[in-house]
Design a protein around this ligand. Structure first.
Ligand SMILES: [Zn+2]
Length: 803
């Protein structure tokens, strides 16, 4: 897609406006891309211009400030590459005049334009492959700007060479859930990050948690209800598969549909209702919104536009190398969530059939439907056996996966559930031995190395020998969680040893790092420091807790993913607290100190952003932002909610019959009951907490936790609280206590329910909760006679910064 010399002009005073995004081409030269089928879809501009983008809320303005130093993007640029699917070309026409050096200009920038064209190719294919004209495209059907019309399909993507900010992108896409965005590709210490400066929907009245985006949004249009996948696994590297997808079309109109699939898998054929259709495998799309999800896509072009209400049966035939031999009888199964074509996380039923050689053990999500059968193959006179197992989901799940290795097994039962551990006699080649340095990950789905641990081992551990210990620990977690959060959702729990430092908890199947198979003495042999040992032992209960939070109850969009991570983590910590309050405290303090750590630029880690930014928190400024905030701050937020409710209930129910269970656990069970098989948003979660909110937690009298959401979930700060002018005035058999709470290190708008204690005969007594808002909050509390020395937050239930 090159530039057309005959479409090259002088341009002056032209503008492209899309809601909060304004691009002005003040004065310069512009060359448009070759017209194809009557559509001009791109341009290269050189000259003087300005881009202006105003984020609608504090969270997005703070994010913009972190990356650009300004809350509002206002940048002059020297060049702009534009791509669009609408009438932008005809809109610009009145501002175009003939150019003197059209040929030179077009040829000078042609190669650049060609290089940049790829990144929007798939998106434009989706627009122009329609068999019927679509509203909003090319101005054919509607002249009015139908930007927020749900049926419109309009996009603009611009890549600028800014005078101060360097190369960056801005975009508008009516088909995305968050239609406006800006960001920049950055490298830091050899790693590449896409820093998303801002992303928000057109409608600024958005729900508090935002909406899904990209493929997640599109996935609402198509519902994959059933998968039937037959897989031939050929250790140590390859698999071949045949996947049937039953799809119902909820919203019609699309003709080109994107599926996620690992880039290492190659599609041989795609059929729709028995007929082969066109597809594009693994298209490069750097620098687009979709690029943030990786380059693992298959675009399928249907014979016609899809119609709402239609049911289609698709079949993908594909294969490739997604396995690798990790040593020690372990395979590394790459492409965890993308070994079958999918449309993001959607609840579906899976029917998986695996064929694999004998002497391997294969474990998958779902319930094994019959015993492993052996098929005798006789190919060219040679006998070779093949094992076949079939696994069916017991309830709709968002994920499906498998693991295989040279496993031995151990098992037990807990809460009427079979717990089976599959472990190899050895560990992976990369497991530390001699005196190597390695970092252990405390978790999980997308865990990141936790810096600073040095591991050495003299002897190689044997996980198979410790499998029973792991089974017993898993059973203990399962028992603890099912008593509190309701029955375990599946009929069995399998845990398989996985090479590497990351673990994952999938429905009924936990992929567990070899590090979780260490006995306490082996942990000591590895020279894990005591805090590392605690983190290492939290991994297993964290993954088991994901069976409730993450697998049974899903999350809505990237802005809500923190819920399941933090909740799985806090669930594991609640169990730890019953065993060792000191260890619990150590972990919480570690999270606090991690958040206060500063990067080379002196920016504290907590300023990476609020929990609701999800994986956007990982950026070139804070490569570990997601872990520190989602897990660390997120865990603290649940701790705060838990003790806020507990304090309030214990105060208000004084003298009355106490509930058998603490409010936090009651609410989590409510979460499970209401959201089993569904996705929860951050706002909905807080709605559950607010349902029977004690009156002392009703800020400004409202039965709502909006104040907690705004201050703590959308906020980043670790405030500091202190007391001022405390006076004790005896009156009628008691003491009247007045004073002020002074708040520092926080924005003025921050609201916090601060628990206030007084000491009676040397023991702390809870006096009440004071809503600290603003720099100084006066309070008045009544206490029993003999109360002296008022102290804030005795039990350290608030995520504050120490002075
Ligand atoms: Zn996790």
């Amino acid at each position: 897609m090159g530039l057309d010399a005959s479409l090259t002009f002088r341009v002056r005073g032209a503008s492209i406006d899309r809601s909060a995004l304004h691009i002005t081409l003040e004065d310069g030269e512009i060359s448009f891309t070759t017209s194809i089928d009557g559509h001009v879809t791109g341009a290269f501009f050189e000259g003087e211009g300005e881009v202006l983008l105003t984020p609608p809320d504090q969270v997005e303005r703070a994010s913009m400030t972190l990356f650009t130093g300004m809350a509002i993007l206002e940048e002059r640029f020297a060049t702009a590459y534009l791509r669009f699917n609408d009438q932008t070309f005809s809109d610009l026409r009145p501002n175009l005049r003939p150019a003197d050096d059209a040929k030179d200009f077009a040829s000078r920038w042609d190669e650049t334009a060609r290089n940049l064209a790829d990144s929007d190719a798939l998106r434009l294919l989706a627009t122009f492959s329609h068999s019927l004209p679509t509203r909003g495209v090319g101005g054919e059907l509607r002249k009015s700007n139908g930007m927020d019309d749900p049926g419109s399909d309009r996009m603009v993507h611009a890549r600028f060479q800014g005078l101060k900010l360097g190369t960056f992108d801005v975009g508008f896409d009516s088909m995305a859930a968050e239609q406006i965005w800006a960001g920049q590709l950055q490298t830091r210490q050899g790693a590449t990050y896409y820093n998303l400066w801002a992303s928000f929907p057109l409608n600024t009245q958005r729900s508090s948690s935002g909406q899904p985006q990209g493929l997640e949004q599109a996935s609402d249009d198509l519902k994959i209800s059933e998968y039937k996948i037959r897989v031939d696994v050929k250790p140590p590297t390859s698999l071949n598969a045949d996947a049937q997808l039953k799809i119902s079309v909820r919203r019609g109109g699309a003709r080109t549909v994107l599926f996620e699939l690992s880039r290492f898998l190659h599609v041989h054929q795609v059929q729709v209702d028995g007929h082969a259709v066109e597809f594009i495998n693994n298209t490069a799309i750097d620098g687009t919104q979709l690029a943030r999800r990786g380059n693992d896509l298959v675009a399928v072009v249907f014979p016609q536009d899809l119609q709402a209400g239609q049911t289609i049966l698709m079949q993908f035939t594909y294969g490739g190398d997604v396995l690798s031999d990790a040593g020690g009888g372990l395979l590394y199964v790459g492409a965890k969530g993308t070994w079958y074509p999918n449309r993001g996380l959607q609840m579906a039923n899976f029917d998986l059939e695996f064929h694999y050689p004998p002497n391997w053990t294969l474990v998958a999500t779902g319930k094994k439907s019959n015993p492993t059968s052996v098929i005798e193959n006789r190919t060219s006179g040679q006998a070779s056996g093949e094992l076949v197992t079939r696994w069916l989901t017991e309830r709709a799940s968002t994920l499906s996966g498998f693991n295989l290795g040279k496993y031995e097994r151990a098992g037990t039962r807990a809460a009427d559930v079979d717990v089976t551990v599959y472990a190899s006699k050895g560990v992976e080649r990369t497991f530390p031995h001699g005196s190597e340095e390695i970092t252990v990950v405390p978790d999980t789905r997308l865990g990141r190395p936790r810096p600073g641990s040095i591991l050495r081992t003299e002897q190689t551990p044997s996980p198979a020998r410790n499998a029973q210990m792991v089974a017993d620990r898993a059973a203990q977690s399962l028992d603890y969680f099912s008593k509190r959060f309701g029955p375990y959702p599946y009929s069995s729990l399998d845990l398989t040893q996985m090479p590497g430092e990351i673990s994952q908890g999938w429905p009924g199947l936990v992929f567990l790092t070899s590090f979780s198979f260490l006995t306490p003495s082996q942990e000591t042999d590895l020279h894990l420091n005591p805090t590392q040992e605690i983190f290492n032992r939290l991994v297993l209960p964290h993954e088991v807790a994901h069976q409730w939070w993450g697998d049974l109850v899903g999350w809505h969009s990237y802005r809500d993913q923190w819920i399941v991570e933090a909740l799985a983590n806090y669930s594991a910590l609640m169990m730890l607290e019953t065993q060792s309050p000191q260890d619990f405290r150590k972990v919480m303090e570690r999270y606090r100190s991690d958040l206060l750590q500063k990067n080379k630029e002196g920016e504290p880690l907590f300023s990476a952003g609020p929990v609701t930014l999800g994986q956007r928190l990982n950026s070139s400024h804070f490569p570990n932002g997601y872990e520190a905030v989602s897990y660390g701050r997120g865990t603290w937020l649940f701790h705060m909610l838990r003790y806020m409710l507990l304090d309030a209930e214990s105060k208000e129910s004084r003298g009355q019959r106490r509930q058998a269970e603490e409010p936090f656990v009651r609410i989590l069970r409510r979460l499970r009951e209401r959201y089993a098989g569904k996705e929860v948003t951050t706002a909905e979660l807080l709605g559950l907490f607010a349902e029977d909110l004690p009156s002392s937690l009703r800020y400004e009298g409202r039965k709502s936790l909006d104040w907690f959401f705004e201050s703590w979930m959308q906020g980043v700060s670790l405030p500091h609280f202190s007391l001022k002018n405390v006076k004790y005035v005896p009156r009628q058999g008691g003491v009247s206590i007045t004073g002020s709470i002074v708040q520092t290190d926080a924005p003025e708008s921050l609201v916090t329910a601060v628990p206030v204690y007084g000491f009676v005969e040397g023991k702390p007594v809870f006096l009440g909760t004071v809503f600290a808002d603003g720099p100084e909050t006066p309070f008045h509390l009544n206490a029993t006679l003999g109360t002296r020395r008022v102290v804030l937050d005795v039990n350290q239930t608030l995520l504050t910064s120490p002075k």
